[in-house]
Design a protein around this ligand. Structure first.
Ligand code: GDP
Ligand code: MN
Length: 400
């Protein structure tokens, strides 16, 4: 699960990480007002930031520095008025509904700091670099030596010696070391206690020196946190942070019924059980010259109700010009799928071609159910095997 930057900042602050103050707004006037509120606290530089789950906002024009309420209003108007396209959103971009107006900082240097899961060592890993900022992907690619990795024992958390070692290697000096060590420790604690799968601060910055802090201070000015969905049952406060506006509505609906559904750009809707079979089905569709409209794994133990919902989601997609059902019944029962097809035909209707390939548990009962219902589902054909089914659906949509 994802959360917004402003929520990630709140979580960081809760664990003690220094984060500049900010206010969430959704209109240009609110952005101007937010600037004035910050100004009353002594702020002269602020940053207006699009709140979307995608990263790379700086490169896409979704992060702008402002020095007056009027400027905040203009910038907010601009960001809110069109989809934000970043290297991570795809060419259509994403809608921006919320902005964060945060106190800005004068940056001396940008660093990268993250906690992630290291599958190779089966443990959390702290990842850090002195070359943080918007080019971190480039750095990882071209100069992997500039990325420091330190495996963390999940039972003890980050040991003080580990944090100090990394702080020195990153080149922090004087008071900065204390600040950086504290932030690394707090970030690790947040990661472990909140069942995160990624907790990233990019950039972590050292601010320009002032009389009060001649070494500058270390603060987090951006944050991205992902959580393990399987742990959300014990993280109710985090589960409550999910923003339905950021989720594709059909994906959210599928989630409710425990279906793994991802919308794609093609025109053949697929209903499959098992992720591997779903992948193979998508490959076959492509092999026969068409494109899948979605990935959909109904799972092993799907109920008739959930599968009917799955058909509803597929058929609601106006891009879908044909549906391919490919079930290998193991735990999933073919007759459950057949009943769901019949219910979906009654409740939604298959106006587009439908090809069904069923094998496995209760297949005979399923075939009989479908044969009896054929008159009510005139667009339905039966596929004898996977290739036959893929050929039938691709040629059916070409004729249609
Ligand atoms: P991202 O592009 O989505 O990762 O958004 P960030 O919040 O990381 O902002 C992108 C870049 O904008 C940062 O790497 C900084 O260089 C710059 N930036 C963000 N906030 C501030 C700020 O308060 N002051 C200054 N000077 N630059 C900032
Ligand atoms: Mn960033």
């Amino acid at each position: 699960m994802n959360i917004h930057e402003y929520q990630a900042r709140e979580l960081l602050a809760k664990f003690g990480v220094p984060v500049p103050a900010g206010i969430v707004v959704s209109t240009p006037d609110e952005a101007a007002k937010a600037f004035d509120t910050l100004k009353a606290q002594g702020v002269t530089l602020a940053v207006v930031k699009a709140q979307v789950y995608a990263g790379g906002r700086g490169k896409g024009g979704g992060v702008k520095l402002v020095r007056s309420a009027d400027e905040a209003r203009t910038v907010a108007q601009n960001i809110l008025s069109k989809p934000l396209v970043t290297p991570q959103t795809g060419p259509k971009g994403v809608k921006v509904a919320k902005l964060l107006v945060a106190s800005g900082v004068e940056i001396a240097k940008e660093y990268y700091l993250a906690m992630a899961v290291d599958r190779a060592s089966g443990a959390p890993v702290l990842i850090a670099s002195s070359e943080g900022g918007v080019e971190i992907e480039e750095v990882a690619h071209k100069n992997p030596k500039a990325i420091i990795r330190e495996v963390v024992n999940p039972l003890t958390g980050l040991m003080p010696y580990q944090a100090r070692k990394i702080a020195y290697r990153l080149g922090f000096t004087g008071e900065q070391i204390k600040g950086a060590v504290k932030i690394m420790t707090q970030l690790t604690e947040l990661f472990l206690k909140s069942d995160a799968s990624l907790a990233e601060i990019n950039p972590l910055v050292v601010t320009k020196p002032t009389d009060k802090s001649p070494d500058g201070t270390v603060v987090a000015i951006d944050a991205k946190i992902n959580f393990d969905d399987n742990a959300l049952f014990r993280q109710p406060a985090i589960a409550a942070m999910a923003d339905p506006l950021e989720e594709d509505p059909s994906e959210a609906k599928a989630h409710k019924f425990n279906l793994s559904y991802i919308k794609l750009d093609g025109n053949i809707g697929c209903l499959v059980n098992g992720a591997g079979l779903a992948m193979a089905t998508m490959d076959l569709i492509k092999l026969h010259g068409a494109e899948p409209a979605n990935f959909l794994d109904v799972g092993g133990s799907a109920s008739e109700e959930a599968v009917t919902e799955a058909f509803r989601i597929i058929l609601d997609d106006p891009n879908v010009k044909g549906v391919l059902v490919n079930i290998f019944g193991g735990i999933a029962k073919c007759d459950t799928i057949a009943r769901a097809i019949i219910t979906a035909a009654k409740q939604v209707g298959f106006k587009v071609p439908l090809v069904v390939r069923l094998e496995g548990t209760n297949v005979d009962a399923a075939r009989k159910l479908l044969a009896d219902a054929q008159a009510d589902i005139p667009t339905m054909q039966v596929g004898s095997d996977l290739t036959d089914a893929a050929k039938k659906i691709t040629s059916a949509i070409k004729k249609a």
